[in-house]
Design a protein around this ligand. Structure first.
Ligand code: SF4
Ligand code: MSK
Length: 670
């Protein structure tokens, strides 16, 4: 018998998603929401207490003191499962970075079609960090050297990753002292797999040391390379007006949705869609043109740089197809549900896979090759346009929200200080004075096990009220965008007076969209610059800042959380813990959970915790921020301290009756 499904309102807070879930029920089409309702997670597996790494198992450990056939204990098995997930996440991000480095090399050597180096300034700045000569050299010569250096980081066997020097000096010393400085990106991933083979590393704490080293190879290696090269090739993001939610799909145009993570193809799809050849081709098919939009982090990449609208986040990939208005969904890598193909068969939508690494059975595969990028992008778009005539009934929700994304750390630096004295000083000063209480990075996925977007939005709104500046990436940023929090004026009525004053003075929204999942490295760079600016300690672990992933689901999120923790941050995940165990019944199942908090804090100053209750997430965040403020000797956060100044005073005036307002302003009484 089918299990009880949640109502659309219980499944998502997003009215566009709710409308599509009603349509799915009417058409009797399953989605991730209904499948999650139908299938309860295994409580042993979700607690990290099932081991299946050898043929003597799977071993399911459910009792105090129980072991696997080989004698492996619960903590060993949980640590092994966790490091394998972190290694997979690090591999996904880093392989993305590797491909970006290959593309940079090909562009430098004139081997590609349609690409060029758009941000020469970032290329030169980045090259200088590694002492690559820049004077008197062409961008292509510099890019060639940088591509070689970056490519070498993946296969490097000994020494330290060259990119590590971009962390605060003291942080580098912490990593060196604890033996977690990554040697080479690939080496750490391979060693994580080796150590967790049957009969290898069977000391949970020792396994977790290498988990940290593997994740650092992602955050300060592969992901940082991906962000750098994307900026160099496609431009460093700066604020741009965009839109988000399913209402960005258009009835009278050919709708093409790009989904996945890598900007290499999607940037070329954007360029191809604007050529007269493609516009005319679409018009000849009876459409007004091609309407591009994105899902997941490909959406974030094209939104940040080109203002291409985001149709939605992770849980909206299926819902976009349910509109019946999508001619083609072009996917590359990561976060692509296999269910898309079966779902699309109910409509006319073509699912097009493009990466040599990713095929979906039943999808159309048009392999991307940067050497013929523009030609392939045009071919894909023509294929989508040819499908326009097959479109049936459409139901497009009338939900779309404006937003301003594009807050790269370079832009934040510029906006805080202007072109001649760009600096993080105003941000540090605002935190030191207490106008801004602290900073929260709210990142990561959606998960159908919780109400879609609810945790992201709830935590974000609560922290804004407490004068916490929020930076976001990934699907969390799209969740906030859909609620109007990424638009200056619209968002500011929801924030505390001190934060509002700062946002209005600088001219920024209270939530800064910093990009895709690999762009969490931008947050590391911001934190490093805050340290270097002075006044907030000499390492990241001293800054009043917290990282949160309220609706996490991917292995990449675990890698991100671990490298942020090892960089000094307190990281709080929502949802369930992959090492949660069953503490009430099996006390030795919380050894690893406790170690991620206390053990890691003792070594790295950061800690990682899983907390399903959003109110607790907020409470713990504020408690941590206030503790860090106290440790730095900063004034206790007190929103009334600035009550008579700036916008706080304006707010007070707005709420006053007219007479009282006049009396206060002009001393008049009538
Ligand atoms: Fe069981 Fe040990 Fe094999 Fe894991 S490695 S499946 S615990 S016997
Ligand atoms: S896409 S990894 S669901 S953020 Fe980067 Fe979103 Fe998480 Fe995928």
């Amino acid at each position: 018998m089918a299990k009880q499904h949640r109502t659309p309102e219980e499944a998502s807070i997003d009215s566009a998603a709710q409308e599509m879930l009603i349509r799915a029920e009417e058409l009797q089409i399953s989605t991730a929401f209904s499948r999650a309702d139908d299938m309860a997670p295994c409580n042993i597996g979700s607690a990290g207490m099932c081991c299946k790494i050898c043929g003597m198992g799977p071993c399911r450990l459910t009792k105090e003191g129980s072991t696997g056939v080989c004698g492996a204990t619960i903590d060993t098995i949980q640590a092994r499962n966790l490091i394998r997930a972190i290694a997979a996440g690090a591999a996904a991000h880093s392989d993305h970075g590797r491909d970006m480095a290959f593309t940079l090399k090909a562009v430098a050597n004139g081997e590609t079609e349609g690409y060029y180096i758009r941000d020469v300034a970032k290329l030169r700045t980045t090259a200088q960090i590694y002492d690559i000569p820049i004077e008197g050299r062409s961008p292509e010569e510099i890019a060639n050297d940088l591509a070689d250096l970056y490519t070498s980081q993946f296969g490097q066997q000994k020494g330290e990753l060259a990119l590590i020097k971009r962390a605060p000096k003291k942080r580098q010393e912490v990593w060196s002292a604890t033996g977690v400085t990554p040697r080479g990106v690939d080496r750490e991933v391979v060693e994580a797999l080796h150590r967790t083979h049957i009969g290898d590393d069977q000391d949970a704490e020792h396994i977790l040391v290498h988990a940290v080293r593997t994740a650092l190879g992602d955050g300060w290696g592969g992901s940082l390379i991906a962000t750098d090269v994307s900026d160099i090739l496609f431009g460093t993001p700066a604020p741009v007006l965009g839109q988000a939610n399913l209402g960005v799909l258009k009835d009278d145009m050919v709708n093409v949705v790009v989904h996945g993570h890598e900007p290499t193809l999607s940037e070329m799809i954007v360029a191809a869609s604007q050529t007269p050849e493609i516009i005319q081709y679409a018009q000849a098919a009876g459409a007004k043109g091609v309407n591009l939009s994105g899902i997941c982090c490909t959406a974030n990449e094209t939104l940040m740089r080109q203002g291409i609208p985001a149709a939605g986040n992770f849980l909206q990939q299926e819902l976009s197809i349910l509109t019946g208005a999508v001619e083609a969904m072009i996917v590359d890598v990561q976060c692509i549900m296999q269910a898309l193909v079966g779902l699309a068969e109910n409509f006319h939508t073509k699912i097009i896979t493009t990466s040599p690494k990713v095929k979906l059975k039943g999808a159309t595969h048009i392999q991307f090759d940067e050497h013929k990028a523009l030609t392939i992008a045009k071919d894909i778009l023509k294929f989508a346009i040819d499908n326009y005539k097959n479109r049936g009934e459409t139901v497009i929700p009338d939900d779309r929200e404006d937003l301003v994304p594009g807050f790269s750390h370079e832009y934040i630096n510029y906006m805080l200080g202007g072109s001649y004295r760009s600096s993080f000083r105003p941000l540090n000063d605002a935190i030191m004075s207490g106008r801004i209480r602290g900073v929260a990075a709210i990142v990561g996925c959606n998960n159908p096990r919780s109400q879609h977007d609810y945790l992201h939005v709830k935590v974000t709104k609560e922290l804004l009220k407490q004068d916490v500046l929020v930076v976001e990436t990934g699907c969390g940023a799209i969740a906030s965008a859909k609620q109007g929090l990424l638009l200056g004026e619209a968002g500011l009525d929801k924030v505390g007076p001190g934060l509002r004053e700062i946002c209005e003075t600088i001219g920024i929204p209270p939530v800064l969209h910093m990009g895709s999942c690999v762009d969490n490295t931008r947050i590391l760079t911001v934190l490093t610059q805050m340290v270097e600016e002075g006044g907030l300690g000499d390492d990241i672990d001293q800054i009043p800042a917290v990282g949160l992933a309220p609706e996490w689901m991917s292995e990449k999120a675990l890698s991100i959380g671990t490298y942020c923790m090892a960089s000094g941050a307190y990281v709080i995940f929502g949802g369930s813990s992959p090492v949660g165990g069953m503490p009430d019944k099996v006390s030795d199942s919380d050894i690893v959970s406790n170690y991620l908090i206390e053990g890691w804090e003792g070594l790295y100053g950061g800690k990682m915790e899983f907390e399903p209750d959003p109110d607790e997430m907020v409470r713990k965040t504020l408690e941590h921020i206030d503790k860090k403020r106290a440790d730095l000797g900063l004034p206790v956060y007190d929103p009334s301290r600035f009550g008579k100044s700036g916008d706080a005073r304006m707010l007070q005036l707005e709420e006053m009756p007219l007479e009282a307002r006049r009396a206060m302003l002009y001393g008049q009484t009538d």
